[in-house]
Design a protein around this ligand. Structure first.
Ligand SMILES: CC(C)(COP(=O)(O)OP(=O)(O)OC[C@H]1O[C@@H](n2cnc3c(N)ncnc32)[C@H](O)[C@@H]1OP(=O)(O)O)[C@@H](O)C(=O)NCCC(=O)NCCS
Length: 342
């Protein structure tokens, strides 16, 4: 099917109509591939907030059927500007009713053209599927020169079933890390300014101290100002977020952190995002403590949340063991694909 690729600026309110159509195609695609429970796209406000970040250059196109004018696919590329300047990341979705008609290939041709123009050596894209139901999108990536670089397991934690026992176990967890010389601090919708420097240090470490599979990724460049700006954009997109950090009492240093975020559009669903315990402080169950403290606070603060969703690298056995202890159950997979040399 011949399509026109309509470029627009997701950060520009004048282009709202295209952005809404772009998110609608994405929603239909996820609904089809993952179902109503597991398909959870970013909202219009979230995509706009991401596009306003000065740390990435983003370009978006909507694929429109030349005959009917109907939106049938989407493309988006993101170029990190502040670190990882060797990378381009790609988002590509085709409306399920219009697949296998060459639309994905046309969007990919646009993306690869932009990739070549950027002069960057590496491009990444992702595919996702539910346990027992792989739709074959990986084959499209493979045929187009991409190699699987990392597979992550997606799992959900149902709060009604898990929080009561986590809450009951919390005093023992807090006592155990207290005896080892640590305590926790929790903040809703952002930390006080005095913690920005240390949070930036943790964010830098988060980019390298986690399993990266074959992914060609380098340390991210975070400072206090970037923490301030990203927190502000997240709040403006309507997201709520709960952060817990663990502090080494003697040195005052933060040894780890975790974040859960809730999109305004789906207040019943939360995302367990980054969790990190820096290498020097591993092996004393701080990861479990961080997650347990944070999810109990989430349940108190945002009682509408019913489930928390997370993604973990298949090889990240420690984190997966902690999650399983906290009642997470696997529901599917996400795979990062990588191609080098435009
Ligand atoms: C992957 C995706 C973008 C392909 O879009 P599409 O418009 O159907 O792709 P095309 O019609 O251009 O396909 C070109 C070729 O790729 C291969 N291909 C595409 N989808 C495939 C599938 N599900 N299984 C096996 N091969 C597939 C085929 O060889 C196809 O040619 P053919 O139809 O003549 O056999 C679409 O299935 C999709 O949106 N999937 C969910 C999102 C996703 O995974 N995006 C990331 C992709 S890197």
């Amino acid at each position: 099917m011949p399509v026109d690729l309509v470029s627009f600026d997701a950060a520009d309110p004048h282009d709202e109509e295209q952005l809404v159509a772009w998110v609608e195609v994405w929603s239909r695609s996820l609904l089809h591939d993952l179902g109503p429970e597991q398909g959870s796209p970013w909202s219009v406000a979230e995509i706009r907030a991401q596009s306003m970040s000065p740390n990435y250059r983003r370009e978006t196109v909507l694929a429109v059927d030349r005959a009917s004018g109907e939106p049938v696919g989407l493309g988006g590329i993101s170029l990190p500007l502040r670190d990882n300047t060797h990378l381009v990341t790609l988002r590509l979705q085709v409306d399920p009713a219009h697949r296998r008609q060459g639309i994905g290939s046309q969007i990919l041709e646009w993306a690869h053209g932009r990739w070549r123009d950027s002069g960057r050596p590496t491009i990444l894209c992702e595919t996702a599927w539910n346990v027992g139901n792989d739709d074959g999108s990986g084959e499209f990536a493979r045929l187009n020169g991409y190699a699987a670089a990392q597979t992550t397991v997606r799992s959900d934690q149902l709060l009604a079933e898990t929080v009561p026992s986590i809450r009951a176990g919390l005093p023992a967890i807090v006592e155990q890390i207290g005896a080892a010389g640590y305590d926790t601090l929790t903040w809703v919708d952002g930390s006080p300014e005095e913690w920005f420097e240390q949070r930036a240090f943790l964010a830098r470490r988060m980019s390298t101290d986690i399993p990266l599979g074959e992914l060609d990724m380098a340390e991210e460049d975070w400072d206090a100002e970037r923490i301030r700006e990203e927190d502000r954009l997240t709040r403006e997109s309507g997201r709520r977020f709960v952060d817990t950090v663990v502090r080494h009492r003697d040195s005052g240093q933060l040894a780890g952190y975790t974040r859960i975020a809730v999109s305004a559009e789906t207040p019943h669903l939360a995302y367990q995002l980054d969790t990190l315990v820096i290498r020097e402080h591993r092996g004393i169950r701080l990861g479990r403590a961080l997650k347990a403290v944070n999810v109990v606070r989430l349940a108190d603060e945002l009682p509408g949340v019913q489930r928390v969703r997370t993604w973990n690298a298949e090889e990240n056995s420690h984190m997966i063991a902690v999650n399983s202890e906290l009642g997470y159950e696997p529901t599917g997979y996400l795979r990062e694909w990588q191609r080098r040399g435009g």
